[in-house]
Design a binder for this molecule. Structure first.
Ligand SMILES: *Cc1c(COP(=O)(O)O)cnc(C)c1O
Length: 360
């Protein structure tokens, strides 16, 4: 069993690394924000979605880095996440909460200066009654049928909604530019909100890329900031280096790992590295497409992904380095996601708690 795993939490990687290291490039996050901001007109604000702990990369760090460079609006899923973001960004930026106001949230909202995006007439009534002077936003359903008020629920509130700080809705199919639901939701959102005189936001990353019709007053990208599809021009944000625990020779026809799944077709060198599905490197990515990079040389991941271990065919590398790279500019979260039959969002938000994290 890898010594490194037992010691991991205590050690910062200096020289001989014992723990897999996730390096998060906050300059790249800001560069992605700038590139997305440049997609909309200068009078359209660009915010940042930092829910799910900043897509797994630490909401406080991400929001703090963006706020210090001038980003003024942040979005989280639930009030508790907003508390961490508030600490990181200071008092000025707006922090919106997608879930609106759940039962016990009013005091949290007030204390931490959070803005709920009210999703239902009950939320609206309760929040306005409890905190009549506090800022609020509204989320409308324009066809996704997940969160937000329906047209008939919103109609009686239209007058009061004129005081909202922001009215939003969310697109279900924005990563497919030709999907007819995009224009249908755009029309529905316009019909619900035209003439209200309130700032509006419809676009996440996908919507930001759909063009000016979708931008309204504020775009709110998430995944594109973190380097993920559908923002194809994104800079890579994460690098993951995993230490080699040991290497061995495996003779032709010997097998490697659980279920004897990989069979050596030649005499091989196999490196065993210290991360696995418990670190978010989900087992489904072991289908043959994923590489580990040894000083830039791609080496195939072989055999089944174990809980704490992955095996790699390093036969073609002369000097196996102390660590292999799994995520970098060449192999991104989307590549891992494709190999595993999922999406970059899921890979990012699954990256585990066991990595040493370095912010650059
Ligand atoms: C997650 C989310 C976003 C950000 O979406 P991305 O696809 O990550 O850009 C924006 N708005 C809402 C309501 C969301 O739930």
């Amino acid at each position: 069993m890898a010594q490194s795993i037992d010691l991991g939490e205590w050690l910062w990687p200096i020289g001989g690394m014992t723990q897999a290291t996730l390096t998060i490039d906050t300059d790249a996050i800001f560069a992605n924000w700038q590139a997305l901001d440049a997609k909309s007109a200068p009078d359209v604000e660009t915010g940042a979605v930092v829910k799910a702990d900043g897509y797994g990369l630490d909401a406080g760090r991400v929001a703090g880095a963006l706020a210090s460079r001038g980003v003024r609006s942040f979005f989280v899923a639930v009030a508790e996440e907003g508390i961490a973001v508030r600490k990181a960004v200071g008092n000025d930026p707006d922090i919106y909460v997608f879930s609106g106001m759940m039962l016990t949230d009013a005091s949290v909202m007030r204390e931490h200066n959070l803005i709920p995006l009210l999703n239902a007439p009950e939320q609206f009534a309760r929040y306005r009654a409890e905190l009549p002077d506090a800022p609020f936003g509204v989320q409308l359903d324009s066809g996704m049928n997940r969160l937000g008020m329906e047209a008939d629920e919103f109609a009686p509130l239209r007058g009061d909604a004129g005081d909202a700080r922001l009215i939003i809705s969310h697109l279900a199919c924005a990563d497919e530019p030709d999907h007819p639901q995009n224009t249908a939701q755009l029309a529905a959102f316009r019909a619900l909100t035209d003439g209200l005189g309130v700032r509006r936001s419809l676009a996440a990353t996908g919507g930001t890329l759909l063009g000016a019709d979708y931008h309204f007053d504020l775009c709110r990208p998430g995944i594109g900031l973190y380097g993920g599809a559908p923002f194809g021009d994104a800079r890579a944000v994460v690098k993951l280096e995993v230490p080699v625990i040991q290497t061995r020779t495996v003779m032709e026809n010997e097998t490697v790992g659980y279920a004897a799944h990989w069979v050596a077709k030649r005499n091989s060198r196999v490196a065993t590295i210290a991360a696995g599905y418990a670190d978010g490197l989900i087992r489904a990515m072991g289908g043959g497409a994923v590489k580990l990079f040894a000083n830039g040389v791609p080496c195939p991941l072989i055999g089944r992904v174990s809980m704490d271990l992955i095996t790699v065919d390093v036969t073609d590398v002369d000097d196996v380095p102390d660590q292999l790279e799994l995520l970098n500019e060449t192999q991104t979260v989307d590549d891992l996601a494709d190999a595993a039959g999922t999406i970059g969002y899921e890979i990012l938000t699954s990256l585990g708690a066991r990595y040493a994290r370095v912010y650059s």
